[in-house]
Write a protein that binds this ligand. Structure first.
Ligand code: HEM
Length: 348
């Protein structure tokens, strides 16, 4: 769609008005116009388009689709300061590190046996495991029943009747657990605990309902596992595989930096929504609240893939896109990892 918009704008001029079905749509395909609309007329665009289907699928309580108003503001605050705030990100770092090590361990195994790895699938498992643990303390690519059910939940989120009963069960199990031991402020709380605390708080600014909690769980699962972070890693690695010189340079830099001080380098490009040439996370009030988590995940995952392995993709990676909201790759990224060394953690 973005490419079609770009082609249309080269014919019809920069600012276009389209009707997509019954929806009015304005296309602003250059940074100046994007800034004019998204910055100077931000409030006009701070409510997303809403349909009966979205209402039904999201218990009419979604955050991502909530109109710009008190409920959205309350959840935005909760998200910024608690769910995805610095404290929570710090507390949940061990979970993410463990999952990354597990992921690298799988790739080292493939490297030993010389097998091709479906990186798209492995990255999807990694992202799902991270967010499902941060939200519900469930590892979704495990083998237990709940984990399998959970995977179905993420995959088939459009089948509302399937996921409602699973979410209900997850919530009831947790409520049962909390009857015996309510988490206190020093415990590492997952999203569900944070939301149940508010649900049980009679003095909360907004009284959350069970449906709100279910909708918020789905919102975050969708937003975080809608392949966004994994797609970004896939595209970046594919580019590097197709440009071995650049891959080599990145490996050298990582060898030097990580070898010396174990610190990642600061990103040179601003992606936080202040430069309208590049808005991967949107901008302004409705911009992505997962940006810090996503950027951390993206950087460490890509750095590990680049530093620990060389990649054999059988003579180049096809860079075609397929249609989709998150600009997904047309083909899965299949390649053979060749370990450059065995990280200390995995040395026997
Ligand atoms: C590389 C990874 C990611 C990318 C590229 C991305 C991108 C985006 C974009 C473009 C938007 C819409 C912004 C706008 O309308 O201006 C958005 C919204 C959102 N994202 Fe992300 N996102 C990523 C990861 C995440 C993660 C990890 C989470 C949560 C854990 C998350 C949660 C959300 C939520 C809840 C919204 C809706 C916010 C609202 O409506 O106010 N995202 N994201």
């Amino acid at each position: 769609m973005h490419q079609t918009f770009q082609k249309l704008s080269s014919i019809h001029g920069p600012l276009m008005y389209l009707r997509l079905g019954s929806v009015d749509c304005v296309v602003a395909p250059n940074p100046e116009l994007a800034k004019e609309l998204l910055k100077h007329h931000e409030l006009t665009f701070s409510t997303r388009h809403h349909t009966a289907a979205i209402e039904h699928l999201t218990y009419n309580s979604s955050f991502a689709f909530a109109p710009y108003g008190p409920y959205w503001k309350f959840i935005k605050k909760l998200t910024t300061f608690e769910l995805l705030g610095n404290r929570t990100l710090g507390q949940t770092l061990p979970v993410r590190t463990k999952e990354l090590h597990h992921f690298i361990g799988i790739l080292l195994g493939k490297s030993k046996s010389g097998e091709t790895v479906n990186l798209t699938q492995e990255l999807l498992k990694l992202t799902n495991n991270v967010i499902s643990q941060m939200m519900l303390s469930i590892r979704c690519s495990g083998t237990v029943d709940q984990a399998d059910g959970f995977r179905t939940l993420v995959r088939e989120e459009n089948e509302i009747f399937g996921y409602d009963s699973l979410l209900e069960k997850i919530m009831r199990d947790r409520e049962e657990l909390r009857k015996n031991k309510k988490p206190n402020d020093d415990d590492v709380k997952d999203f569900l605990d944070i939301m149940l605390d508010i649900f049980e708080d009679e003095h909360s600014e907004v009284q959350l309902t069970r449906n709100h909690i279910k909708a918020l769980i789905l919102d975050f699962l969708t937003a975080a596992t809608d392949k966004t972070a994994l797609i970004a890693v896939e595209w970046a690695l594919a580019e590097l595989i197709n440009n071995p010189e650049v891959l080599r340079k990145a490996q050298q830099e990582l060898d030097q930096v990580v070898g010396k001080s174990r610190q990642g380098s600061e990103g040179v490009i601003d992606v936080k929504g202040l430069h309208y040439q590049l808005l991967p996370f949107g901008t302004g009030r409705r911009g992505c609240p997962g940006i810090s988590l996503a950027m951390q995940e993206l950087a460490v995952t890509l750095a590990a893939l680049v530093q620990c392995f060389d990649w054999n993709a059988g003579g180049g990676v096809d860079m075609s896109e397929r249609p989709g909201l998150t600009a997904p790759r047309a083909y899965k990224l299949n390649c053979v990892p060749l370990a450059r060394f065995t990280p200390t953690l995995f040395a026997t």
